[in-house]
Design a protein around this ligand. Structure first.
Ligand code: ADP
Ligand code: MG
Length: 260
């Protein structure tokens, strides 16, 4: 089933065409990577889907409903989740309390009620932590966690919104190879189990090729290729924008990790 339909999406900043008329679909149960060199328009696209930026033209439909023109909060209510950096103030709260906060927000209860809501949604929060393998750490302060575990908590917080679509901006940034693989394997499992879809941007080509079902490649605001790993890997225009002519992912990858 098609979850997201992006059509003729366009964004200019003054004279710069950051996103220059792109089209793509995202299907239920799919992990779609948005890749491309620096300045390609990835973040701009991402932020238009999440509502942080307003499109200059085109449409973004979620199950037929137009997202362009809606505020992030409304888009969030339409079950579009997003992983984000945990704010400093949350570091002193325990893992389970952080997820409870996300649930309070999802159910639209004011944060000021938190004191009286210490027990609110606790069971639900613990169930979400179990889904990301963090239930054993429920009572620890977030500040004590390893980085990979913080990312799992972020994921549980995003799931509190019961997302149909999850937007993950560089989910594995700052992680070692093992943590990366764990997080992406977990994400993949959740996508299948919860029948949701994930749109993610990612620096590591290893992660993209290992986990994305499909990828779309942007360059200077335009979508230059769309397809699965083998197709993208061998796409001449993609190789050109990453490496210039004559080089490929195969002969570049072993020496240096490709950063996008
Ligand atoms: P990416 O995330 O792929 O690196 P961005 O979406 O951040 O690319 O940027 C795409 C283009 O739009 C770049 O040329 C960038 O300089 C420009 N751009 C992005 N955000 C702004 C902004 N807020 N104001 C002006 N120009 C911007
Ligand atoms: Mg960016």
């Amino acid at each position: 089933m098609t979850l997201l339909q992006v059509r003729d999406l366009y964004k200019s900043f003054g004279g710069v065409r950051a996103v220059d008329g792109i089209n793509f679909d995202l299907h239920e149960g799919e992990l779609l990577a948005l890749i491309g060199p620096n300045g390609a328009g990835k973040s701009t696209t991402f932020n238009m889907v999440g509502g942080q930026l307003k499109a200059s033209g085109g449409s973004i439909r979620l199950l037929g409903h137009e997202l362009v023109g809606r505020k992030p909060r409304d888009i969030c209510r339409m079950q579009v989740g997003r992983t984000f950096q945990i704010a400093e103030t949350f570091a002193s709260l325990s893992v389970v309390e952080n997820v409870q906060m996300a649930l309070l927000s999802h159910y639209n209860k004011a944060f000021s009620l938190f004191r009286s809501a210490r027990r609110a949604y606790r069971d639900e929060a613990l169930a979400l932590l179990a889904q990301v393998g963090m239930e054993a750490h429920a009572e620890r302060p977030c500040s004590e966690l390893a980085y990979g575990d913080v990312k799992r908590v972020e994921l549980a917080m995003a799931l509190a919104n019961d997302p149909k679509l999850l937007l993950m901006d560089e989910p594995t940034a700052g992680m070692g190879p093992e943590e990366r693989n764990d997080l992406m394997a977990l994400t993949k499992r959740l996508v299948v189990e919860r029948k949701m879809a994930v749109l993610f941007t990612e620096h590591s080509m290893d992660v993209v090729f290992a986990y994305a079902d499909r990828m779309i490649v942007l360059a200077r605001g335009r979508l230059i290729a769309e397809g699965d790993g083998p197709y993208i890997r061998n796409h001449p225009q993609v190789q050109e924008v990453y490496f210039g002519s004559g080089k490929t992912f195969e002969n570049e990858m072993p020496q240096a990790r490709v950063t996008l």
